[in-house]
Write a protein that binds this ligand. Structure first.
Ligand SMILES: *[C@@H]1O[C@H](CO)[C@@H](O)[C@H](O)[C@H]1NC(C)=O
Ligand SMILES: *[C@@H]1O[C@H](CO)[C@@H](O)[C@H](O)[C@H]1NC(C)=O
Ligand SMILES: *[C@@H]1O[C@H](CO)[C@@H](O)[C@H](O)[C@H]1NC(C)=O
Ligand SMILES: *[C@@H]1O[C@H](CO)[C@@H](O)[C@H](O)[C@H]1NC(C)=O
Length: 506
């Protein structure tokens, strides 16, 4: 089993801000973009180019190593004329595409629902390094020519018959379907003659499995009708354990998914915070299951700042709550059962926090390093605190934070099965370590340096059982982030999950 630990934002940001610097764009680059502290995917989308083009224009580009302030080239140098596409492709071609600025063979083939290899095959003489806007290239040849109204599968003439159909869902592409059903492009295209990958219709039946031999007469009837043969619930059918130094783009490319499709399979995935060993979904299909939760490191709502307190309640918590009331602020408490104090001794304080509208979340019973626990021990850590929380506040949370920010893939599977979202942090005051207000303030300032409310939100880590934190750091942090223009709020709200009803369950 793989173990990995995240000891706070310092580690996470070090990955992004590794000393290795990106080569400055060539002086000939017609258009550059200076990195802002936002998602790795936005540079490409802002420049209206694909990730692949971005990578091609910036050979040393690495989503994990670039840092705020780096410049990326976002437009190709207009260079020599492309080698022309041989006209021999023309007779067989039934669909031409005119290249627009910023497109690449990769993006064109993805859009056309074909592999880049086939794109090159359809365009003998095509050199993907020298394609130019305005150039016409073939994206489909007659062997895959569509029959006019291809709203249903046509059975292959002889040796094979379709044994399973799939009904096209929103955002499906030919890629995502054949990948989800473990097929090759060639097999999929052969099984669905005339399919128009570019114009897939919602509800369209496509063939996803065939068997040798003539179709049984009863089956042939149903196969021509519109009834699919779903084999189970729609969900994730294939997980991928993130490798060291892998990026969203690399994973999606290896899985033959567009970045958008990959991200739609993994809601909440933040490409800046990929951790080796965490499972992400790379295929969806019938008979799948919900993917395990993806740890959340930062707010999705820009301009929000979720101040969080771990390890309480304890004897400084009550006064902290009164202070927060004076500021009309709501924060998040990640609660332990037995840590600094025993939860039952602080039941009144906990109930007060809950009643005042702060978000109460789970932080294990004993502040265990859950990456060392087997499933039974982890479940016990969780249920023991659930019992106490049901007694004291009458419900249990839907949010969980692993102590030390340490977890492994199996923990995530169990937490997902138990209905928890997993939240870490991206700003660590290190109050648990230093017990020194000055240092804690510096940590805070450094962690959010270079970001603004216009481009980011943050989740910060504090510990209310520490006197300095509850009495000095908390009020300082509130003032500090408010002055920067952030809205102090709960973790749920900063993730767009604003209704407190969603933070708890019976
Ligand atoms: C494509 O063009 C590039 C740049 O001109 C060249 O270096 C490369 O050899 C060409 N590739 C092929 C397969 O012709
Ligand atoms: C489909 O894609 C759009 C745009 O990328 C996205 O907003 C939407 O949530 C996706 N829908 C599903 C069901 O994945
Ligand atoms: C809180 O508990 C600590 C440790 O037991 C104790 O030293 C301290 O005096 C207590 N503080 C208050 C305000 O009760
Ligand atoms: C938690 O356990 C893992 C696995 O044994 C270990 O690598 C990590 O250092 C531990 N973290 C802490 C803070 O103890």
């Amino acid at each position: 089993m793989k173990f990995f630990t995240i000891l706070g934002v310092a580690a996470a940001f070090v990955v992004i801000c590794a000393p290795e610097t990106l080569a400055a764009p060539a002086a000939t680059c017609p258009k550059t973009y200076t990195l802002l502290p936002t998602k790795g995917t936005t540079v490409a989308s802002k420049a209206k180019i694909t990730e692949k083009v971005l990578a091609q224009l910036n050979p040393k580009y690495d989503c994990k190593k670039i840092k705020v302030g780096d410049k990326l080239c976002v437009q190709a140098v207009g260079s020599k004329a492309p080698s022309s596409v041989q006209s021999s492709a023309a007779p067989k071609c039934f669909s031409w595409h005119t290249i627009s600025s910023g497109e690449s063979c990769w993006s064109i083939s993805k859009d056309a629902g074909i592999t880049q290899d086939n794109l090159v095959k359809y365009n003998p003489g095509l050199n993907c390094s020298t394609i130019q806007p305005g150039q016409k290239i073939c994206t489909a040849i007659s062997s895959a020519a569509p029959s006019k109204a291809s709203t249903g599968p046509t059975t292959t003439p002889t040796a094979f018959h379709c044994t399973s159909y799939y009904s096209v869902k929103k955002n499906d592409t030919c890629w995502s379907i054949w990948t989800a059903f473990g097929q090759t492009e060639d097999k999929f295209m052969a099984n669905n003659p005339g399919i128009q990958c570019k114009g897939l219709q919602l509800g369209q039946q496509v063939c996803v499995a065939t068997a040798a031999g003539p179709a049984p007469s009863s089956a042939s009837k149903s196969s021509s009708g519109a009834t699919p043969t779903p084999t189970g619930k729609w969900g994730c059918t294939k997980l991928h354990a993130i490798g060291k130094d892998e990026t969203c783009w690399a994973i999606s490319q290896a899985a033959k998914l567009t970045l958008d499709t990959f991200l739609s399979y993994n809601p909440g995935l933040d490409c800046r915070f990929l951790n080796a060993g965490v499972n992400v979904c790379i295929a969806q299909g019938a008979g799948g299951s919900p993917p395990p939760p993806i740890p959340i490191y930062t707010c999705t709502k820009k301009g929000t700042f979720a101040i969080t307190f771990d390890d309480g309640p304890y004897n400084f918590t009550d006064a902290l709550l009164d202070y927060l009331d004076t500021q009309s602020l709501k924060v998040t408490f990640f609660i332990n059962g037995k840590n600094f104090g025993n939860i039952y001794d602080y039941a009144k304080t906990l109930k007060k926090a809950f009643d005042r509208g702060h978000q109460i979340a789970h932080h294990t019973w004993s502040h265990a390093n859950i990456s060392t626990l087997n499933e039974a021990a982890l479940r016990s850590e969780i249920t023991q605190l659930e019992v106490a929380l049901r007694k004291i506040i009458g419900c249990i949370p839907t949010y969980f934070r692993p102590p030390f920010g340490a977890y492994n893939a199996d923990n995530l599977r169990v937490l997902g099965a138990m209905g928890y979202k997993v939240v870490v942090w991206d700003v660590d005051s290190e109050d648990w370590l230093v017990e020194n207000l000055k240092k804690e303030q510096t940590n805070y300032q450094n962690a959010i340096k270079g970001t603004t409310p216009a481009d980011s939100g943050h989740i910060s880590l504090q510990h209310d059982p520490h006197k300095i934190t509850s009495q000095q750091l908390a009020p300082w942090a509130v003032d500090y982030v408010k002055k920067l223009g952030y809205k102090v709020t709960t973790v749920g709200d900063c993730l767009g999950d604003s209704d407190p009803k969603n933070w708890y369950r019976p």
